[in-house]
Design a protein around this ligand. Structure first.
Ligand SMILES: Cc1ncc(C[n+]2csc(CCOP(=O)(O)OP(=O)(O)O)c2C)c(N)n1
Ligand SMILES: [Mg+2]
Length: 346
């Protein structure tokens, strides 16, 4: 077992500190660009929700958590599997894995050109990118992830499976079944827990007896580590170290990312916490370590990009979102007969 990834009492060094895999300058630029693209798209989707343009009744913004999906998914192989959650409806994971924005927005507008042909509700499907949607049952993707990891193990082509979870999912029995299976069968899966401190309206301190949910995976003898979810380079290092473990047959890893969701659990509902509202000061404090700002600062300090470069990346991201919006608005609605034939086909 790779002891670099092993954590003692939730307090050992984070893997990124000892990892040899680090993003190069050009890779950091790509990670930054993807975070900006996803932030602009997420902001657009929030706006589209309030102006009644979304086909589904929900949007669960992922703003604040972009470093995790970007750091994890930007440099995966197309045939790696990614299981995402309701958070952002997979916006960060899918776009960074390579789904065109057009397909994401068209799906949310309920159009035939969407990634699930406009009938995926709040789903994002891209079988060619190893993404098969999500069910909306918290933690429900974990057993599917273990299943695809078993298939990948049989296939023997070095595919890795990434399974994203929220901190709330760590209270689900199915997640523990999947963790146990992955440990016992040495499956090529990386469990990524985005601990944003909230499960709907319940703070993590009220849900767990210990501070770090990574301790739960450690109990299954799965190498586990805790990372700064706001630092895209740290995410990249930790995930790709774990992915290499998976590809080379060394089994599962578990990574807990400390992060924050900037917006409410779901748009249109107040930002509750227990029987009151979430303290806005807490979110404000997290925004001091915004993942995009942190990365921009590093790119400037290390003279990898100039301020003009950063502005250009932002303008291009906005133009891409506008193009996706236009495309989705002009696309046709799906043929209703699709529901009879295509719902369960992949
Ligand atoms: C099995 C199950 N229980 C409850 C819910 C209702 N629910 C939807 S999102 C959510 C919070 C999940 O929290 P977490 O896993 O931390 O993800 P986050 O929303 O913070 O990204 C809950 C409880 C659900 N969808 N499925
Ligand atoms: Mg949470």
């Amino acid at each position: 077992m790779d002891t670099r990834l092993k954590q003692r009492n939730g307090l050992d060094v984070a893997v990124s500190k000892s990892a040899t895999i680090r993003p190069t300058g050009p890779q950091l630029v790509r990670l930054y660009t993807n975070m900006v693209r996803v932030r602009r798209l997420d902001e657009f989707l929030v706006d589209a929700y309030y102006s009644g343009r979304l086909a589904g009744p929900f949007f669960h913004s992922q703003q604040g958590q972009e470093a995790i999906g970007a750091g994890a998914c930007t440099f995966l192989r197309p045939d790696d599997y990614v299981w995402y959650t309701h958070r952002g409806h997979g916006v960060c994971e899918a776009i960074c894995k390579g789904l065109p924005m057009r397909a994401f927005v068209a799906e949310h507008f309920g159009k035939a050109t969407g990634s699930c042909n406009g009938i995926g509700f709040i789903n994002t499907c891209a079988p060619e990118l190893g993404m098969f949607g999500m069910g909306g049952t918290v933690g429900g993707e974990s057993t599917l992830a273990a299943g695809t990891a078993l298939a990948a193990q049989f296939r023997g082509k070095g595919q890795a499976v990434l399974c994203f979870l929220g901190d709330g999912a760590m209270g689900e029995g199915s997640v523990h079944t999947a963790l146990l299976m992955s440990a016992n069968w040495n499956l090529p899966v990386v469990w990524l827990c985005s601990n944003n401190g909230m499960s709907m309206w319940v703070p993590v301190e009220a849900a767990y007896p210990k501070e770090n949910v990574a301790d739960l995976a450690f109990g299954y003898d799965i190498p586990s580590t805790i990372e700064d979810g706001q630092d895209v380079a740290a995410v990249y290092s930790a995930v790709h170290t774990a992915v290499e473990r998976a590809r080379s047959g060394q089994g599962p890893s578990f990574i807990e990312f400390k992060t924050c969701r900037y917006r409410p659990q779901v748009e249109g509902v107040a930002d509750y916490c227990l029987d009151g509202l979430r303290d806005p000061v807490e979110v404000k404090r997290w925004k001091q370590r915004d993942p995009i700002d942190l990365c921009a600062r590093r790119l400037l300090e290390e003279k990898i990009l100039t301020r003009e470069d950063l502005d250009r990346i932002d303008e291009e991201a906005l133009a891409e979102v506008q193009d996706a919006e236009r495309f989705a608005a002009e696309s046709p609605l799906p043929d209703p007969s699709l529901l009879d034939t295509a719902l369960y086909a992949s």
